[in-house]
Design a protein around this ligand. Sequence first.
Ligand SMILES: Nc1ncnc2c1ncn2[C@@H]1O[C@H](COP(=O)(O)OP(=O)(O)OP(=O)(O)O)[C@@H](O)[C@H]1O
Ligand SMILES: [Mg+2]
Length: 249
Amino acid sequence: MNALEVKNLRKSFGGLEVISDLNLVVPFGQRRAVIGPNGAGKTTFFNLITGWTPPTSGDVWIEGQRAVGRPEKIARSGLSRSFQRNMFLEDLTVLENLRIACQASHPCRRVFWRSTSAFGEVLERARMSAERMNLADCLETKAKHLSYGQRRQLEVAIALCAEPKILLMDEPAAGTSPSERERLINLINELPKDLTILLVEHDMDVVFAICEVITVLSYGKVLATGTREQIQQDPVVIEAYLGCGHARG
Ligand SMILES: Nc1ncnc2c1ncn2[C@@H]1O[C@H](COP(=O)(O)OP(=O)(O)OP(=O)(O)O)[C@@H](O)[C@H]1O
Ligand SMILES: [Mg+2]
């Protein structure tokens, strides 16, 4: 059994096929990068895996369970994601944002207000997620007052609240300074080794620092999968990146 299996996945928006017959297998514990030019379909691919968008056809298996058309399965599967754009509430503090995220994924969320022990667990989990992303010192800071790098850390911390076994990150380092990027790389690399990670990222330094295997997407298809050296020497990849008129823009 693998953490994730994607079989013959397709997605069209109107006449535009954005994901075309995409196949991918990610074993448990692997750190896999998904790279590709703007408009290659990376975010759409994450939307399909997480059930945000239904595929036109094809299948997604998460931890051996068929996920397509079963959002409740995905929610309970131990898969969580962070977003390309920050999705938290700006006027709430770091702790409040994390508490909401932890509460949403807590098994007792429906009877939450009745249970003091559930509340304690949620707070504990929120604090742990903050610690993992180096935010323990700003729990009471409103999200809008965080530095840019801390905001990206919060975006990942929110995804960690679900205590995922598989973590999907969509450009976690987008827009960060070199020192913020360095901190983020270290924090991600300090996450438990058995956590499976799928990382979409344009910054190749971030990709190489975190991932051992890289999948290159182009026009919604897998162009190549391999190690850093294999990808860098692959003529098809070189052609796709250096060729003209590639990005859908
Ligand atoms: N809801 C939608 N309706 C119509 N077209 C869409 C929709 N979502 C995405 N697309 C199109 O699908 C293509 C792939 O978009 P997507 O956001 O998945 O690319 P991406 O690889 O994440 O790009 P980037 O690197 O810029 O984030 C683009 O041409 C985009 O305009
Ligand atoms: Mg994207």
